[in-house]
Design a protein around this ligand. Structure first.
Ligand SMILES: Cc1ncc(COP(=O)(O)O)c(C=O)c1O
Length: 445
């Protein structure tokens, strides 16, 4: 291995056990299609599309070339009170892919910013139509909506909140839908659990009164807390309750967007149309940060038309809201998805992927396997008194054997690029099975 010509210490890594990592770093130096290359020259199969984002595969020449050309042509242009062609084209392309009626796009750079933007749009919308008292935001336990104060407030992961004091003041949470007693080893959408949506009406609306609630935000499939697939009928019920009480429904599709469930958005896969969709990651296949919110025309028009014509209607935005390199990457990425029919490919591969991951049932400490589209969660029984230790051991064993998986506690998540082949699915799941067997306690091995 060539010697490292950089120090490890100055970098503070995100969502990482820094001391553990620096004692045995895992450094990736290049990537192509389905594989990373490590600093010691090993190939690692990408079973996670990076962080759920590299849906088109790595270093695709068309996307690389578009970014290069844009950097030479217009590296940056101010984005407030100015525009550049790429951001309009990219917005039109994203809107075209979105469910009917969601046709305006506000760009941000990260999923966290997209979520905070969506929450602000919801609040501004109600205010613009004279209902500014609607300011309660409803999230869900085990939801992940990034790390801004808005996102951690509506999110349902205590660890993302516990060190950071006050949250947004008017927030409530639905119960999550994960219950192994009823749903373990479901293929696709579990049959049990639609009734859990009813508590939006019976508990949350009853507590706050519907007239005070602005919006409900959920991930259609919760990704970061371990691939929690919505029970059959659950999202439909949420939609119906929101309709009855004039609540906006936000789907956080930062992970599920751009083909992960076999269509552009999970809203289309599940045939439930929200009022706002947050997106990020797959829009540029992870190449350049870009994210945003797609909103219903009526929401856009209400906010924009309620302000005097020469005033800024929505006092919000980022220096890089629609950065030229990012929108160039988005245009090229969306062209690759279209030309290679990658969303359809994900849909066609899903049954094969499902069979492959469900073959892990019965392997050592596997207590659940769940899946939708090209995403799967494999839940392991935690080692007594050591939550997360078994999951981390499996992650390391897979990495040593040339396969990248993601773990959240003792749940392994798989979300490969949509270009994965059947042979690579076999390799991914086969290696995971070996790692899980090795991580079994002697008693269960
Ligand atoms: C559903 C969801 N929302 C928001 C985010 C935050 O995105 P980012 O890390 O780009 O801020 C993530 C990240 O994984 C996510 O999965």
């Amino acid at each position: 291995m060539p010697p490292r010509d950089y120090p490890l210490e100055p970098l503070w890594l995100p969502f990482t056990a820094n001391r553990q990592f620096k004692a045995a770093p895992r450094i990736l130096v290049s990537a192509r299609d389905m594989h990373f290359t490590t600093e010691d020259g090993r190939k690692v199969l990408d079973g996670t599309a990076g962080l759920w984002c590299v849906n088109a595969g790595h270093c695709r020449p068309r996307i690389v070339e578009a970014i290069r050309r844009q950097a030479e042509t217009l590296d940056y242009s101010p984005l407030f009170q100015m525009g550049h062609p790429g951001e309009f084209r990219a917005a039109a392309l994203v809107a075209q892919l979105a469910p009917e009626g969601l046709d305006h796009v506000f760009f941000s750079n990260s999923g966290s910013e997209a979520v905070d933007t969506a929450l602000k749009i919801a609040l501004a919308y109600h205010r613009a139509r004279g209902e500014g008292h609607r300011n309660v935001l409803v999230g869900r336990d085990r939801g992940y909506h990034g790390v801004g104060f808005g996102g951690i407030s509506v999110g349902g992961i205590p660890a993302t909140r516990k060190a950071f004091g006050s949250m947004l003041p008017r927030v409530d949470h639905l119960t999550h839908t994960h219950d192994l007693a009823h749903t373990a080893f479901s293929r696709g959408q579990p049959a049990w659990g639609a009734h859990l949506a009813d508590e939006l009406e019976t508990r949350i609306i009853a507590r706050h009164d519907a007239t005070n609630i602005a919006a409900v935000i959920v991930e259609p499939v919760a990704g970061s807390t371990g691939v929690l697939v919505p029970p059959q009928g659950y999202l439909e019920r949420l939609r119906a309750i929101c309709d009855r009480h004039d609540l906006l429904l936000i789907f956080d599709e930062v992970i599920t967007g751009f083909g992960r469930t076999g269509r552009a958005f999970a809203a289309q896969t599940f045939s439930v149309a929200p009022d706002l969709i947050t997106f990020a990651k797959g829009v540029t296949s992870g190449t350049v940060p870009l994210a945003g919110v797609v909103v219903r025309r009526e929401i856009h028009d209400t906010i924009v038309n309620s302000a005097p014509p020469d005033s800024i209607e929505f006092f919000h935005g980022y220096t890089y809201s629609g950065h030229p390199l990012a929108t160039a990457a988005a245009e090229a990425t969306l062209a690759v998805y279209h030309e290679e029919a990658l969303f359809e490919r994900a849909r066609e591969l899903a049954p094969y992927f499902e069979d492959a991951v469900h073959a892990l049932k019965g392997v050592g400490p596997v207590i659940d396997v769940r899946n939708y589209g090209l995403m799967a969660g494999i839940e392991l029984e935690p080692l007594p008194g050591k939550p997360g230790a078994r999951g981390y051991a499996v992650f390391l064993k897979c990495y040593e054997r040339g396969v990248m998986v993601r773990v959240t506690g003792d749940i392994v998540a798989l979300s490969p690029p949509l270009i994965i082949s059947k042979g690579q699915i076999d390799e991914l799941v086969g290696t995971l099975g070996t790692a899980v067997r090795e991580a079994a306690t002697p008693a269960r091995a």
